[in-house]
Design a protein around this ligand. Sequence first.
Ligand SMILES: *[C@@H]1O[C@H](CO)[C@@H](O)[C@H](O)[C@H]1NC(C)=O
Ligand SMILES: *[C@@H]1O[C@H](CO)[C@@H](O)[C@H](O)[C@H]1NC(C)=O
Ligand SMILES: *[C@@H]1O[C@H](CO)[C@@H](O)[C@H](O)[C@H]1NC(C)=O
Ligand SMILES: [Cu+2]
Length: 355
Amino acid sequence: MQIIQKTWALAALLSVLVSARPHQQQTPIVRREWRTLSKHEKSSYLCAVKCIMRKPALTPPFDNSGVISRYDDLVYTHIQQTFSIHYTGHFLAWHRYYLAVYERMLRDECGYKGAQPYWDWTLDTPADKWASSPVFDPVTGFGGNGEFVESDPANPFPPVPGRTGGGCVKDGPFAGVSDVVHLGPQDSVTYNPQCLKRDFSPYFAGRYLAMNQTQLTLAAPDFGSFDRVVEGGPSFDASGIHGGGHYGVGGTYGQIGDLYTSPADPIFYLHHANLDRVWWSWQKLNLEARLTDISGPILLMDYDNLKGGNVTLDFPLSVGVSAVNVTIGDVMNIAGCGQNGALCYEYDKVYTLQG
Ligand SMILES: *[C@@H]1O[C@H](CO)[C@@H](O)[C@H](O)[C@H]1NC(C)=O
Ligand SMILES: *[C@@H]1O[C@H](CO)[C@@H](O)[C@H](O)[C@H]1NC(C)=O
Ligand SMILES: *[C@@H]1O[C@H](CO)[C@@H](O)[C@H](O)[C@H]1NC(C)=O
Ligand SMILES: [Cu+2]
C-alpha cells in the first residue's frame, strides 16, 4: 500500500514538472522550403498567420497604441529595438530567436502543426524569374507586387534601384484589406491602419539573392566576417543577402523594405528563415567550432570596437512580451531541444560549399 502511494506521489510530481515546461520538445521539428509544402500545408500556414493577426496583443496598452494583435507584439518589439539588433554582432542570433518565438506562437496559440517554412530565393533568380516565385502566388502564396507608383522626388534617399511597384498588394490573402498593418512607417507606434505594400525590385533580387552571393557568404572564414557579408553595408551597392530579400520584395515603399516595420509583411519570416538557414549551413561546415563562434559589435556599426566591445555567448536577447529572455549561447544550436539551448528545429536541407 505504502509503495503504491509513494509511486503515485512520484507520478504526480513528475507530471507537474513536465507540465511546467510545456515547450520542452524531444525531437526537432523540420523547416522546409515553401514550394515543397503541399497545398494543404500552405493553407494551414497562411491560416495560422491570419489567426495570430486576430489574437489580442499582450503588450501593455499606451496612448493611441497601434499594437492591436499578437502579430503586432512582435512588430512592435522589432521597431523598438531596430538600432540595437541590426549591424551588430547579435543580429543573426536575435532574429533566430525572434523567428523561433513566432513559430511557437503559430503552433501554441493558433494550432499550426508544421514548422516555420523558409524561402530559398536562389531558386527565384535570375531577375526575370523573380515575380513568378511560388511565394508570391495569389492562391497558394502570399500574393504579389503592388501597383506601380512613381518615386517621390522630395525623398532625400535614392529610390531602390529597379523598383517596379510601391502600392497596395493587388492579390493574395492580404489584398483588399486597408488595415493589415497597424504600425509604422519607420518608428511610429501609434495606430496607423495601412494596406500591405510591396515594391518588387527583380534587379536587386537578381544581384544579391542568386547562388553566387550565397556562396560568397558561405565562404567567410569566421563569424565576424560572415555576419558582415550577410548584412552588407547600409548603401544599396554594398548589400548582401539580407538586404537582397528586404529590398527585392519591399523596394522603397513596401513595409518589408522598412528597417523598422519590416516584419509587418509576413514574407519577412520566410526570408529570415532562409537567412537563418544560411547561418546554420555555415555553422555545419565546421559545427564543433562554429557552435561557439560569435563576435561583432554590441553597438550599431561599431565594427572597430571604438565605442564598445564584441558580443559574447552570454549576451542577452529579448523579444519583449512574447517570450523569456535568453542569451546568444542559448540559440547557437538550433536543435538543442532543451538540453543545449532554447531551440528545437532543423532544416530539411542545408547549403553546401560548391567547388
Ligand atoms: C552574381 O550574379 C549577379 C547576376 O549576374 C550579378 O549581378 C552579381 O554581381 C553577382 N555577384 C557576385 C558576388 O558575383
Ligand atoms: C572583435 O571581434 C573581431 C572579429 O570579428 C576581432 O577582430 C576583434 O579583435 C574583436 N575586438 C575585441 C575588442 O576583442
Ligand atoms: C529582458 O531584457 C530586456 C532588455 O534587456 C529587459 O528590459 C527586461 O527587463 C528583461 N526581462 C526580464 C524578465 O528579465
Ligand atoms: Cu530585423
